[in-house]
Design a protein around this ligand. Structure first.
Ligand code: SF4
Ligand code: F3S
Length: 269
């Protein structure tokens, strides 16, 4: 892969589980070591870097100064805003996440929000959302933002954005929710391998029944593929091995805004 420059990347984790970082570690083309050693210059990532504590804070400051206006800022996790933002703090100064993200974003060339938490607030924004969790685009209004939702975001989609930027200096074409069209332009339902069974009226009615064993459609078991835009059926996960519907469970719409409440996983008013 020929890159223009090794793009400096700062990756911050906020109110999150680090599942998107874990997903990136399992990328297969390029692998994470090829990504870090040949394509980007990973300047800051709490999970992957050696420094910790004050040394990590110094590393972040150095990167922001050295690559001012050049770095891509990846954000993983939601931003708590209730009660002045006290529910999420970071560093030796106890800086609130909401202040932290604004400060680190100021000199970024662009921002990539990875995972449903960083894009729409995710699980922590589910009713009653006690921390007032929200996504990056609710806080930062003056920077180019790319949203890569899902829980976790597919590493192929993260890499697609990184590689395009590294090779062309451009961010991808986006839809109205700031999602790359190359990844979120189709509904799960329209590329699902079980779609022939939906069209034929062949549904799983009970877990483990004969239709389940035959791989029939999971719509009656609650599959949200018809309401969800993502490329899971074609890109899949774990080196193209499988994806939720292939594994026998319907799509829960994890990449849609407000999916926890909208799709009734938990009781909402
Ligand atoms: Fe659509 Fe889900 Fe049925 Fe696939 S399993 S065809 S996504 S309803
Ligand atoms: Fe999420 Fe549905 Fe894909 S649950 S991972 S959007 S199949």
């Amino acid at each position: 892969i020929e890159v223009l420059n090794r793009v400096p990347v700062i990756w911050v984790n906020l109110q999150d589980c680090a599942g998107n970082s874990e997903a990136l570690l399992r990328a297969d083309g390029p692998t994470v070591d090829e990504l870090i050693l040949d394509i980007i210059s990973l300047e800051f990532h709490e999970l992957l870097m050696a420094p910790s504590g004050e040394a990590a804070e110094i590393q972040l400051e150095d990167a922001m100064t050295t690559f001012k206006g050049e770095y891509l800022l990846f954000v993983e996790g939601s931003i708590p805003t209730a009660d002045g933002g006290i529910y999420g703090t970071i560093g030796t100064s106890g800086e609130k996440y909401v202040d932290h993200i604004k400060r680190v974003a100021v000199d970024a060339a662009g921002i990539v929000a990875v995972g449903t938490c960083a894009t729409y607030g995710g699980v922590s924004a589910a009713y009653p959302n006690p921390t007032g969790a929200c996504g990056v685009m609710d806080i930062i209004k003056d920077k180019p933002i790319v949203n890569i939702p899902a829980c976790p975001a597919n590493p192929a989609n993260m890499l697609g954005v990184i590689l395009m930027y590294a090779m062309t200096g451009e961010l991808p074409e986006l839809d109205t929710l700031l999602r790359p069209k190359f990844a979120f332009g189709t509904r799960i339902h329209d590329t699902c391998e079980r779609r022939v069974h939906f069209d034929a009226g062949e549904y799983v009615e009970e877990w483990g029944d004969a239709a389940a064993q035959a791989g029939h459609c999971l719509y009656k078991m609650g599959c949200k593929g018809p309401m969800t835009f993502n490329n899971c059926p074609t890109v899949k996960f774990n080196r193209g091995e499988s994806w939720p519907v292939a594994a026998g469970h319907g799509c829960i719409g994890c990449s849609e805004p407000g999916f926890f409440d909208k799709f009734n996983h938990f009781e909402a008013p």
